[in-house]
Design a protein around this ligand. Sequence first.
Ligand code: SF4
Length: 336
Amino acid sequence: MSAFLRVSNLHVYFDTPQGVVRANNGVNLEARPGESLGIMGESGCGKTVLFLSMLRLQQPGRITAGSITLDGRDITQLPERDVERIRGRDIALVPQNQATALNPAYTVREQLAEAIVVRERGGSLGSVLGRRGSRMDGEALEEVRRVFRELGFADDRLMGRLLQSYPHELSGGMRQRVLIAMALLLRPRVLIADEPTTALDRATRAQSLAMLRRLNGALTMLVVSHDLDAIASTCGRVAVMYAGRIVESGPAGEVLSDPRHPYSRLLISAQRRTRGEPLPTMFADTANLVDVPPGCSFHPICPEVMPQCLVHEPAESKVGGVRVACHLYDGEAAPC
Ligand code: SF4
């Protein structure tokens, strides 16, 4: 099946007093309908800027080059009016902070009803809350029940209580379930889950991952996380990001069990280290996105650096079923 979401050579820059931050510096990525793709990498590697750019919410960052196509339409070139229609209804975001993402002044029922109104009449979430028409009739209520059942919440008696609740009356896991339900009520074709396990306790984390697994195959899902286990348990494919580029991508089983890129190896081994083992020293600093080194941006800390790495930026090439950007594979890889 061919990709319907494709990011090609995306560059997103931020002007700062320290210089131009190259948050995305040539990102290539694609996702097929119904696929779950994990995007992993350390904080500051450009994951958030990447998905915000898909929604054209990357400001004050500037998209300086590249494209993001959804079904062949380049989102980076569309007028704002068209992008508004894409946000939520084509690409929906489940934000990471469930504690603050819901509006504390409205009940769950009102906020879910708003998602349905936005889907059917347009506008953006937050803009029609409390207006006439954002109530929930029988048909909408049945749809809400069905979405919650899909997310593993099937108790109709508790559902009534949930709908009357305000966000502060809910547990973290239930707030996250409401956020996912809101996103699903928009009937998007792409769902972005931003750090779905951040700040959750163990039990809630497991619930959150189970909810995402239930959605596998139903829509295209991007799980953006630094949590290896979260990605391993929810995604069929994975992309590893470093310094604003995807350095390795491929089937999750292959990338996570036999990573090719030196950064992927270190990242994965750091996450799998046993308690008390020290973190590799490379994780002491995030990559410098202002004074990006020439050649491979990982070369200053790469344990396998070679002379050509200091001069030439590695192109992406195919090794087995995996795409990797590293000179170690120059001899054996097929160009992508
Ligand atoms: Fe390391 Fe060179 Fe590969 Fe970069 S290109 S990851 S420096 S071996």
